[in-house]
Design a protein around this ligand. Structure first.
Ligand SMILES: Cc1ncc(COP(=O)(O)O)c(C=O)c1O
Length: 387
């Protein structure tokens, strides 16, 4: 698997845009290890399919061909043991679009939306933008292991004003891959208190070691009040051209969302994504296996460097995703000072933990979907910065 080359590096990447770096980090010349995209060339079969498609045709209005649905169905069956039902699957330009619409259609202004911080910051932004209220069910950190607080979740779910739970499954940024047992408890609470569950499963394919991803689709027998938000953008480094899926087995919920998709014509997704995904579903598996190997190797590098330097920075053991969550609590007591000091002294751009909610204060997230060389350089810089 090739690391990003000079050609790709010369593209206008958000993570290395000097103005963006300057405004967020106060410096423009940093090693960018923050935005969650990859520095690997996409899988050869995807490249070939795209090149072929671009070189031999125009871009008229198209429907998704049967071969796409078949490839997708096979992928979902093999990858997650899920029988994907075409009629239950809608297409949307992005996951965040779908979440916004679900909030607007199924809640009123000032209704509470439960999230589990520290968590993907856009959940909070969507809740603000749609004028709903953020209700926090913070994750608990026991030793180095994040867990859900079910007792607190039940209390929040009991409140009739709180209508929706947004679950991040697997969890960005703490890297937990929720087990079936854990998810069962979440489902039970939603069922008992009539809470609609949005399960954002975008990180479902980067599963490390012997962990196992469990989709909320596995609970369809007992529970249908959910919307799965999904895409293969993270999996195959397609963030820049990706669409997303909304999988909704319940007819009433699906019809409701479909009406909005139709009203705004959101279902007409990108042809190139369809081409790329069909190739990925058919022939992307080997690339993904290699990718996971590289991510695990990069985690080992981080562990080694932290250990060899007797660093007080701690790594929360990642179970999934290609970001790692670093704990600076032994080194700092103020998160702004941590962010400024680590950035200035390491010359590495990391996400500050408090961007994911104040529960993430004194942590930082590092994207490790890049070469071992760059990961070593970045972690060494970060370790030195706090010495
Ligand atoms: C949990 C999660 N959901 C959604 C997204 C973004 O998805 P989209 O670009 O389709 O809105 C990200 C991107 O980092 C993410 O981490």
């Amino acid at each position: 698997m090739k690391e990003i080359d000079q050609k790709i590096n010369s593209l206008p990447l958000i993570k290395s845009h000097p103005k963006t770096l300057q405004s967020i980090f106060g410096q423009s010349n940093l090693l960018p290890m923050w935005v969650a995209d990859m520095e690997f060339e996409v899988a050869k079969p995807i490249q070939e399919a795209l090149i072929n498609r671009i070189s031999c045709s125009g871009f008229a209005y198209e429907y998704k061909p049967d071969s796409f649905y078949q490839a997708q169905k096979r992928w979902y069956k093999k990858q997650y043991a899920i029988d994907l039902v075409k009629e239950q699957t809608l297409y949307s330009p992005s996951i965040t679009t779908t979440i916004s619409l679900v909030l607007e259609n199924f809640t009123k202004e000032n209704n509470g939306i439960i999230i589990q911080p520290p968590v993907f910051m856009e959940f909070k932004d969507i809740i603000h933008k749609t004028k709903r209220r953020i209700v926090k069910n913070p994750l608990k950190l026991i030793g180095k292991h994040y867990q859900m607080d079910y007792e607190d979740l039940r209390e929040k779910a009991k409140d009739k004003n709180n209508k929706i739970l947004i679950l991040c499954n697997p969890h960005n940024p703490v890297g937990r891959v929720w087990s079936k047992k854990e998810l069962k408890q979440v489902v039970q609470i939603c069922l008992d208190h009539d809470v609609l569950l949005i399960s954002d499963e975008i990180h479902k394919d980067i599963i490390l070691y012997d962990h196992q991803f469990c989709s909320i689709l596995n609970f369809t027998d007992q529970f249908e009040q959910f919307v799965i938000c999904n895409s293969e953008a993270k999996t195959f480094n397609l963030c820049g051209i990706s669409d997303s899926l909304a999988i909704i087995p319940n007819d009433a919920i699906r019809k409701n969302i479909l009406q909005s998709f139709n009203r705004y014509n959101l279902g007409r997704t990108n042809i190139l994504t369809t081409v790329a995904l069909e190739a990925a579903y058919n022939n992307g598996r080997d690339w993904l296996v290699d990718l996971i190997q590289i991510i695990e190797n990069n985690i080992q590098i981080i562990n080694e460097e932290l250990k060899n330097n007797s660093s007080k920075i701690k790594l929360i053991p990642p179970e999934g995703t290609y970001q790692v969550w670093l704990d600076f609590r032994e080194l700092f007591s103020d998160s702004k000072q941590m962010f400024e000091s680590v950035t200035k002294n390491s010359q590495v751009a990391l996400n500050a933990g408090h961007w994911f909610g104040r529960e993430g204060a004194l942590f930082m997230r590092m994207n490790i979907a890049t070469s071992d060389k760059k990961v070593r350089e970045a972690i060494q810089g970060v370790i030195e910065s706090v010495k």
